[in-house]
Structures are given as structure tokens and as C-alpha cells.
Design a protein around this ligand. Structure first.
Ligand SMILES: [Zn+2]
Length: 374
């Protein structure tokens, strides 16, 4: 169906579909507004250090001018109900002094996300369980799950993970662009641990025990394979795309994508690493190409969205979250049902979260029984 629409537009001499705001038909916009829409990787907390930046003000997606891609007015405009707000820590050195800086940075971001909710309780609410998101959105507030990208704040003292959980952390990736004490990164060679380190394996077990969803984006392929074997709960790739369309450490191959789906996991499609940087800048059509490919390989029950907003995401035609209804429109055009599109926007990843909660209850129940056997 899409080729026909493209042809019709070409014959009419119209601008490419991605350039036209009216590319979203009313029915698609109405569906988009009705659905619970969550993005699994909002790097917006990186803005919270800037005292002049106000989440209630509307900004432009002009990163060079210190602007950004997500704020409250544009979440409303783009029909984005919320998502996972990231505690991102850059991987610097690995000395004890570096590890203390990472620890302090992580705690600061955690508190800043809490401050967001505390400052605007009528507009944002902290979400702790899979069941919280629909309830919060129905009350007219934006959903704030907390996630961590790079577990380096935990290097000095991994038992801090319990503290983070108690403060609302519900998703975590172990590593970022460089190897750390927990895992190999997908973007550094040669491998250091051949996947997870012993500390990384212990952290995976602890995340399972607590009910924190593991996020494999940025981890090496060996990390992926070990998580597949070790994690008792399904996991997610919070912002990754397809190797088949653009082979890159940050993307995933089809064979692993199928294994992710078999385990019940979800890939949340990224808007970065869509094509080689030396070619023309990526457009929303490149994003759709990755999306449609992973849908074909993993199936609509295992795909969602994590466009890396405020973390390097955004493409021509989808520069900020106001463009999100275009995704819903395109999926309708491609023949996906409203139910399937709703699953992609939140149902799938919330299912993974609910499964992580179930596994945590199972582990707690087994531990409660164990002492009685002595
Ligand atoms: Zn990232």
C-alpha cells in the first residue's frame, strides 16, 4: 500500500511524505491520542543541570542552540504519555576516583528526576509498576519511569542497586560506549570480559531479584547471548535498530532478534545508527525501514519505540516528539491494527516489565521457603 501512496505523491509532485505535517490523517491522530504511548529511552534528564531550561516551556529541536527534543508542551502536542527517564552516566576512567564521580553523578540524576515529579505533581507522576502507566495517563499526567544507562554509578558499591530500586529504578543497562567493570560494550574492541564480568553476572541476578528490567542496548553480542541464558526474566533493547539494514555495534542481527522475541523480550527502535554517517543524513523513511524490518523479523508483539530523544536521536521528518503521530499513521498504512500499534507503543514493554515483576515475586517466594528447609 505504501508504494502506491508514494507513487501518488510523486505523480502529484508533492513533497516527500515526511516533510508534510498533514501526513498524519485525522483517524491516525485520533488513534494515537487514544493509545498509551511510552518511549523507553528519554535522555531529557541531561537537561536538568541547566537552570535556565524549563520543562514547561516549549523549545525547538535545535540542539546547536541548546534547545532539545522533549518538554511538556511537546509531549502533549505529540501525544507522548511518558516513558523511561534515563540516569545516563558517561563512561570515563575506571579509577576509584572516577567511580566515586560516577556514583555521585548517578545519585544527582536520580534526585533530579524526583525533583521533576515533585515540582509538577499535576503534570508528572513516578511510575513503579507496569500497572501504573495506564492509571497515570488516564489521570492526565505524564508517566515517569526511571531507568539507568551504564551501571558505572554502582561500581564502587553494587549493593546500591537496592537503594536505586527503592527510589524507583525499574530498568538498567550495564554498559555504554566503553567496557566497564560489569560488561563489554558493543563499541569497543577487543573484548575485556567476553561478555559479562563476574560482577556483571551478579548484577544481573540482583536485577532479576528486584524486578528491574535489563536493557541490552550498548552491550556486546556476547553480553546479549549471556543475558539470554542467565536472565530469568525477558529483557529489552531500549534503543537499538537493525544490523540487516545497517551493520553497526549498536544494532542487532536478525538471528539474535528472533532469540530476543522467543524469550519474550522487546526491541525498542532507535532513530540513530540507521545508515552510514558518510551518506546523506537519515530521514524518517530510514527509521521506518528499520521499524518495518524488525517488525517482520521479531513480530509486532516484540517491537516498540526508543528513539534516543535528547541523546542523539531525531531524523529529518521526525525531529522531536511532536512528530510521533507519524509513526502511528505509517503503521496503520502498513496494515497493522490499532491493537498491534498499541502494543508497540506500550503494551509490549509493559508486558516485559510485568514479567520482571513476576520473576521477582517468584524469587522472593523461593527465598522465603528456603530457610524453613534447614
Ligand atoms: Zn544510548
Amino acid at each position: 500500500m505504501q508504494w502506491f501512496l508514494g507513487l501518488a505523491l510523486a505523480l502529484a509532485g508533492a513533497a516527500p511524505a515526511w516533510a508534510a505535517e498533514e501526513a498524519v490523517p485525522a483517524a491516525a491522530r485520533a488513534l494515537h491520542e487514544r493509545l498509551l504511548t511510552l518511549d523507553s529511552h528519554l535522555d531529557t534528564p541531561a537537561q536538568f543541570d541547566d537552570p535556565r531550561w524549563d520543562i514547561l516551556q516549549r523549545h525547538e529541536p535545535d540542539l546547536a542552540k541548546g534547545e532539545n527534543q522533549v518538554d511538556y508542551p511537546r509531549m502533549v502536542e505529540g501525544g507522548l504519555d511518558g516513558g523511561w527517564w534515563v540516569i545516563y552516566t558517561e563512561q570515563t576512567g575506571r579509577t576509584p576516583a572516577d567511580n566515586r564521580l560516577a556514583r555521585d553523578h548517578g545519585l544527582k540524576r536520580l534526585l533530579q528526576i524526583h525533583e521533576l515529579v515533585a515540582a509538577h505533581p499535576d503534570k508528572f507522576e513516578l511510575a513503579l509498576t507496569a500497572a501504573d502507566a495506564p492509571r497515570i495517563a488516564a489521570a492526565g499526567r505524564r508517566v515517569v519511569y526511571i531507568s539507568m544507562e551504564n551501571a558505572s554509578p554502582l561500581t564502587l558499591d553494587p549493593s546500591l542497586l537496592q537503594f536505586y530500586y527503592d527510589q524507583g529504578l525499574r530498568m538498567m543497562s550495564l554498559v555504554h560506549f566503553k567496557h566497564n567493570e560489569f560488561s563489554d560494550s558493543s563499541t569497543q574492541q577487543p573484548p575485556e570480559w567476553k561478555g559479562l564480568s563476574p560482577a556483571g553476572k551478579a548484577l544481573v541476578a540482583e536485577a532479576n531479584r528486584l524486578g528491574i528490567v535489563l536493557d541490552q542496548s550498548h552491550g556486546s553480542d556476547e553480553e546479549f547471548d549471556q543475558l539470554l541464558a542467565l536472565s530469568r526474566a525477558p529483557f529489552v533493547l531500549s534503543h537499538s535498530s537493525s544490523d540487516a539494514l545497517y551493520e553497526h555495534g549498536r544494532n542487532i542481527d536478525d538471528a539474535r532478534l528472533r532469540k530476543l522475541a522467543e524469550k519474550g523480550g522487546v526491541i525498542q527502535v532507535n532513530s540513530v545508527y540507521l545508515k552510514a554517517a558518510d551518506k546523506t543524513p537519515a530521514t524518517i523513511e530510514d527509521f521506518f525501514a528499520h521499524l518495518l524490518h524488525v517488525l517482520k523479523v521479531a513480530g509486532p508483539g516484540h517491537v516498540g519505540f526508543g528513539a534516543d530523544w535528547d541523546g542523539g536521536g531525531g531524523v529529518a521528518g521526525m525531529e522531536d516528539v511532536t512528530d510521533l503521530p507519524k509513526i502511528t499513521a505509517r503503521l496503520l498504512q502498513e496494515g497493522y491494527t490499532g491493537q498491534q500499534i498499541g502494543d508497540m507503543w506500550s503494551g509490549n514493554i509493559l508486558r516485559v516489565m510485568a514479567e520482571a515483576e513476576r520473576v521477582a515475586r517468584e524469587i522472593a517466594a523461593a527465598q522465603a521457603v528456603a530457610p524453613a528447609k534447614k
